[in-house]
Design a protein around this ligand. Structure first.
Ligand code: C2E
Ligand code: MG
Ligand code: MG
Ligand code: MG
Length: 293
């Protein structure tokens, strides 16, 4: 147990909770680590796709690729359980490269350029820290033929904070390529505002921990805060996506606040590709294909 706690604490206080609730016994983690080593080769990793929609008009704007692990005995394992293991073992590097390629390839198969859609891909701090990270992105675009402007890389505040100068140079190079950059989980970190000042993000994704309180007794304060975040982003020429929208009243509030895009179970859950493809043709909520979550 000591070893496991040590490892998790290293990667940040927040993750201690994730780990303890998700992983159970430490022996479990070792098994997971052992299995994860071969998961990529055994083709057990999957990408699910969640739609991102315009608040006004409801048009599909793109998909976010979200990784899952289809474990032969345990079934579908969510990223919160195995991404920390992948990061500790650095397996996140080959896994992240696979995610990038696969998501770009899927965007081409789904004719994203013709449809004017974007594919969002989450990037781990370890990937972003690599000196040759930008080359990896360039190679994925070249190999799949996806034009850069249809790719959005989602990075988090904690990630950016590790090495601001490297982050700045990577973001500058990526933007020169035409790739868009989103700040993910906005509002949950420590120096959000200085990050916005120092890095030219194209998009802001407001964390769903705020969205939840749009219908609790914290609603007045959260509404004010969300309104301010939306205005802040727009003042800096960023588009705003609010995550975790689960019902109509949340969507209506966000529309009134001038939010650009929303993502959440109300509109679409993350879906395996064979189900997500129906979202491309404008299938309406309630008329969705069955979800395998
Ligand atoms: P994220 O990038 O902030 O992704 C959004 C998460 O919110 C997803 O969880 C999604 O399923 C969930 N979500 C979306 N709408 C709703 C909603 O309306 N209600 C609720 N309760 N949840 C909603 P998921 O797929 O479990 O992913 C969790 C996190 O794991 C992601 O957070 C991201 O940080 C990380 N992750 C996922 N895929 C990858 C990946 O390919 N690479 C890396 N490095 N990290 C990934
Ligand atoms: Mg994300
Ligand atoms: Mg997020
Ligand atoms: Mg997150």
């Amino acid at each position: 147990a000591d070893l496991a706690m040590y490892r998790v604490k290293r990667s940040g206080g927040n993750q201690v909770l994730h780990f303890e609730s998700a992983m159970g016994e430490p022996g479990d983690r070792q098994l997971l680590e052992r299995d994860l080593r071969g998961a990529l080769d055994r083709q057990e990793l999957r990408l699910h796709y969640q739609g991102r929609y315009a608040v006004r008009g409801g048009a599909l704007a793109g998909f976010e690729a979200l990784i899952r692990w289809e474990h032969p005995e345990r079934g579908l394992i969510p990223p919160v359980t195995f991404i920390p293991v992948a990061e500790d073992t650095r397996l996140i590097l080959p896994i992240g490269e696979w995610v990038l390629r696969e998501a770009c390839a899927q965007a081409v198969r789904w004719a994203f350029p013709q449809r004017g859609l974007c594919m969002s891909v989450n990037v781990s701090p370890l990937q972003f820290d690599l000196p040759h990270f930008v080359d990896t992105v360039r190679a994925a675009l070249r190999a799949t033929g996806l034009p850069a402007r249809h790719l959005i890389l989602e990075i988090t505040e904690s990630l950016v904070m590790r090495d601001l100068e490297r982050a700045q140079s990577h973001v500058t190079e990526l933007k020169a390529l035409g790739v868009q950059i989103a700040m993910d989980d906005f509002g949950t970190g420590y120096s959000s505002l200085s990050m916005l000042e120092s890095l030219p993000f194209d998009q802001l994704k407001v964390d769903r921990s705020f969205t939840r309180h749009l219908n609790t007794d914290r609603q007045p304060r959260v509404t004010a805060l969300m309104g301010a975040m939306i205005q802040l982003a727009q003042t800096l020429n960023m588009t705003v996506t609010v995550e975790g929208v689960e019902d109509d009243s949340q969507r209506d509030r966000l529309r009134d606040l001038g939010c650009d895009h929303i993502q959440g179970f109300l509109l679409a859950r993350p879906l395996p590709p064979e189900a997500a493809k129906y979202l491309l043709t404008g299938a309406v909520p309630g008329d969705e294909p069955p979800t395998r979550h």
